[in-house]
Design a protein around this ligand. Sequence first.
Ligand SMILES: O=C(O)CCC(=O)C(=O)O
Ligand SMILES: [Fe+2]
Length: 226
Amino acid sequence: MNNQFVTPILTYSEPAPVVSDLWLDELADGLTEHGWMSQNVSSRLGAQLLAGLHSEVQILDRTEALRKAGVGRGSDLLRDRSVRRDKIAWLQGVTPVQADLFAFFESVRVGLNQRLFLGLKRFEAHYATYHEGDFYRRHVDSFQGRASRVVSLVLYLNEGWEQADGGVLQIYNRENNDEVCGTVLPRDGHMALFMSEEVPHEVLPANRTRYSIACWFRCDEVPLPL
Ligand SMILES: O=C(O)CCC(=O)C(=O)O
Ligand SMILES: [Fe+2]
């Protein structure tokens, strides 16, 4: 066979992400005590998995396979550029890196249920890109009382992100929504975790392309409008 035109396939053979009981305890404590937390999970996920996810979102971005994100779902979907400007693509969990990431999300779902009795039934996740100047104004991820999205997890895929690059995730106090109580730099392998309904948050304008995966753990069995 003439191999001249065979595209090389990236080999991906990283061990599965590491999830321990102690770490799940930490996540549960963070959610209970403050409603949110952030952490560097690079060593849990591994460099190859992070690099693989980064290259997937970069390909999607370059081929313009990402779509303008909206607020709401179905017939309620609004694409209001004054609220959010990111572009998204839903993950299906079928590529090897997505399958490993989904296994990781599933361990988090089960671990949080065991500790907090949240009744999380499933999760959904999308890639997001914010290009220069893009933002997402202050919001919560679920309408109060709908309990569809219960816990939000955002994983960042940006090497060498500095304060000057903008695009920080700003977290507001769940008791006093006007008070900023934390910021998270969207650095490669860092993750933010928070209660979807309770914790208002905002993505400040990015000064360069910003990649992430947002995942929501949900209580409903079937997709409902947010
Ligand atoms: O990317 C982030 O830091 C947060 C994104 C977000 O709030 C959302 O997609 O709902
Ligand atoms: Fe959000």
